[in-house]
Design a protein around this ligand. Structure first.
Ligand code: ADP
Ligand code: MG
Length: 738
């Protein structure tokens, strides 16, 4: 939704973010001196201005804006200022902070303190320690790029993302956001490709601006991202009693509670005070880190919540998103809570996603996906819009693959999450314009008008030009797209990288066609431009409108139509989707736009498949362990008790009624459960050779279903076994926060 954060002309994204964050802190009454909290732990522009000599500050800004390398002397000066600032704030160590392909963040701390050679110590932090690091790369996933004996890896400072202080367990560490590459220069992280894909978009989008003559004063185009985070909170006490939650971040067992989300009484409900206290503390920590968090509310499922920040430049938003996940996890225990980020921690109720709000804007602050009032005359917007439509139509499979994981398999395509078919929701106004474009020259823009609420005391609300659609995986929402299929626990860097790359490809194509049609003279004659754009967009819409769908994405009829009539891919499971990453099309596209080399692309695919395998195996082992050591013993106890009652009653010559039948039924269930454990174990242990794809397919077709079967039986047992015998907290207990 456009909640008033539209990028307005003449203001940079960074300025805008800062302004909003300032306002929101005032509004929250958090402090009267906003900047004492917001960004207090960030070595940002304000601190730099205070602490750096003017010429060094200017030089650093040039590096940040134009990617000029930083000279070693300036780096030394900056490092010294950073060290002093950090030490004054209690820091003892510094670390290069990066995002390896584990999907988490990594840090290795070094103390500022060094022996001075005379029995004392000095604090030290040089420019070269700031700019470059050399962690051992051998124990991070590389997808075959690096063998263990080829261990060298480098981290390099991404000076566009602010350095910050991490406070944890009473320690303070200076964290320097970096990229992480191998000795041979291949990216071993999520950030390098993201930055490369942003460059690709910038280069291609600038060509479009040049054609329209709107590039004056613009030196680049940036991607913006605002990732909303859904999460669950449960009592930590319960968490520690559930080996499945502890090992897998999701429950592998658990019967449906009598009250789940049927009454729809949780969504936007009043937030429990204990949770509110947690949220407030997490937000305060995030403000300090300069993360502009803005919105908090209850989500649909019991114990499910959401946090949304104000959007920022995509690379910063991705860094901040990692900090959001870490902060939520870190702060929750202080309130006796456990934060669960898994995509589907509890069966039968909604899972969690991470809606990636995404747009592109000039570095002077113009949102290129803002339709403005008279949209039909805004041809430049329509070119960018059609670029996205074309990109998603041609590469929906790549987008699907960018959100593939064992976790997301439990959510995507289930009934409360977007389907695995990638379609675009445009809404009434844009759909109407797109139809006009297809028919010829667009003539009008549908207006929302006013909504009369029928009571004199209520204001007439300005109505949006279209309703919202919650069932679409990729929706246009006012002045940005919202990619809703992203999983709640994954880094947004990878889906953003894929999205940027496919849109860059479409912009390249459209720019190429337009350049051909209008020739090289600038400025382009308005009439000529109008007719060239009209013809190109008409053709583009004709070819790609199949991907536009404004209806109910959950509807079975849509799935049939999408696959059979429209030929849209429906990669139901991640195992089907992984292969897309290594496909010829993807490899070529990533290579063409300088995002990944072939080796890098293949390594990503390999890592994702390996991770899938490891996760499913951890889950199946945990399921076997819990079944055998907790649930089966509980069942046997129950069985013994029942048998005892039957025997005693019969011995006393009392009519046991159908108790004997109940005992027999129970014994049968317990036996089936025992056999279920064996089947799961056999399936998980089967030798399927060394091919990872084959292994993943086996897990998906044999092990995942065996786990589901076992769960089904365990859940039946849970509903028949005395509560005081059941070994783990139930859904009913876990999904209530007292
Ligand atoms: P909803 O839940 O209704 O979709 P939210 O307010 O929770 O809306 O989240 C919308 C998100 O979209 C916010 O993080 C917001 O900052 C972000 N956003 C708004 N404009 C843009 C933009 N131009 N680019 C990227 N993200 C944006
Ligand atoms: Mg949203």
């Amino acid at each position: 939704m456009n909640n008033g954060h539209a990028v307005t002309d003449g203001m940079t994204i960074a300025e805008l973010s800062k302004r909003h964050a300032g306002q929101l802190l005032h509004a929250a009454g958090a402090t009267s001196r906003v900047d004492q909290v917001f960004g207090a732990d960030v070595f940002g522009e304000r601190v730099m201005q205070q602490r750096l000599p003017k010429d060094v500050f200017k030089r650093l800004q040039r590096t940040m804006n134009h990617a000029e390398p930083l000279d070693p002397e300036s780096a030394d000066v900056i490092a010294a200022a950073m060290k002093d600032w950090a030490i004054e704030h209690g820091a003892t160590h510094y670390t290069h902070w990066f995002q390896p392909l584990t999907g988490l963040t990594a840090e290795k701390h070094d103390a500022f303190l060094s022996p001075d050679g005379h029995g004392g110590a000095i604090t030290e932090f040089s420019g070269s320690s700031l700019v470059q690091g050399e962690p051992d790369a051998s124990s991070f996933p590389s997808g075959g790029i690096r063998a263990t004996f080829e261990a060298r890896g480098y981290t390099a400072w991404d000076c566009t993302s602010p350095v910050f202080l991490n406070r944890n367990g009473g320690t303070v560490t200076l964290c320097i956001p970096t990229v992480f590459v191998s000795w041979t220069g291949e990216a071993l992280d999520h950030k390098t490709p993201l930055l490369r894909s942003m460059d690709a978009i910038s280069e291609q989008a600038m060509r479009i601006l040049k054609i329209f003559g709107t590039d004056a004063g613009v030196s680049g185009v940036v991607c913006t991202a605002g990732p909303e985070q859904e999460y669950f909170l449960i009592d930590r006490e319960h968490y520690f009693k559930r080996p499945d939650l502890m090992a897998c971040d999701r429950t592998l067992f658990g019967a449906k509670p009598p009250k789940g989300q049927q009454l729809e009484d949780h969504y936007f409900g009043s937030i429990p005070s204990r949770v509110l206290a947690f949220m407030q503390e997490a937000e305060r920590e995030l403000y300090r880190l300069g993360v502009p968090v803005k919105t908090r509310h209850n989500e649909v499922a019991p114990c499910q919540f959401e946090l949304a920040p104000i959007f920022e430049m995509a690379n910063i938003a991705c860094d901040h998103q990692m900090l959001v996940m870490e902060t939520l996890k870190r702060v929750a225990p202080r309130h006796g809570l456990q934060c669960i980020l898994h995509e589907k921690p509890f069966a039968g109720i909604n899972g969690s996603g991470k809606h990636l709000n995404w747009s592109i804007a000039t570095n002077t602050g113009v949102n290129l996906l803002d339709p403005r009032d008279e949209t039909h005359t805004n041809m430049q917007f329509l070119v960018f819009l059609c670029a996205v439509i074309r990109a998603v139509h041609l590469n929906g499979d790549m987008l699907r693959a960018s959100v593939a994981s064992a976790n997301n398999d439990h959510r995507l395509g289930a009934n409360e999450a977007p389907p695995a078919i990638m379609s675009i929701f445009l809404g009434d106004m844009l759909t109407d314009i797109v139809e006009q474009l297809e028919a010829g020259k667009p003539k009008k823009t549908i207006k929302g008008g006013k909504l009369d609420l029928g009571a004199r005391t209520l204001p007439a609300l300005p109505r949006h030009t279209g309703d919202r659609n919650r069932t679409s995986p990729f929706a246009f929402t006012g002045n940005k797209f919202e990619f809703r299929a992203v999983g709640s626990s994954q880094s947004v860097a990878w889906p953003a990288t894929v999205l940027n790359t496919i849109v860059a490809e479409s912009l390249d194509y459209l720019a190429g066609q337009l350049e051909k049609a209008v020739g090289s003279g600038r400025p382009v004659d308005a009439k000529k431009l109008q007719s060239a754009v009209g013809a190109l967009l008409q053709k583009t819409i004709k070819e790609h409108k199949k991907v536009i769908f404004n209806g109910d994405g959950y509807d079975k009829a849509w799935h049939d139509e999408a696959e059979k009539k429209r030929g849209l891919p429906n990669l139901r499971s991640s195992v089907e989707a992984f292969g897309v990453i290594g496909s010829r099309k993807a490899v070529d596209m990533f290579k063409k736009y300088g995002v990944f080399t072939k080796v890098e692309t293949e390594s990503r695919e390999h890592i994702l498949v390996e991770k899938y395998i490891k996760q499913v195996l951890i889950e199946s082992e945990t399921a076997v362990l819990m079944s055998r050591t907790q649930m089966l013993p509980a069942a046997l106890r129950q069985q013994a008790e029942l048998a005892e009652v039957v025997a005693a009653s019969e011995a006393a010559d009392v009519d046991v009624g159908d108790l004997r039948g109940a005992l027999e039924e129970f014994v049968d269930l317990a036996n089936r459960f025992r056999r279920g454990i064996d089947s799961l174990e056999r399936a998980a242990d089967a030798d399927v050779g060394h091919d990872v794809h084959k292994h993943a397919r086996h897990l998906k077709s044999k092990v995942v279903p065996a786990m589901a079967d076992l769960r089904e039986l365990a859940d039946q047992l849970e509903q028949r076994i005395a509560a005081d015998h059941w070994p783990v907290p139930t859904y009913r207990e876990m999904l209530t926060i007292k």
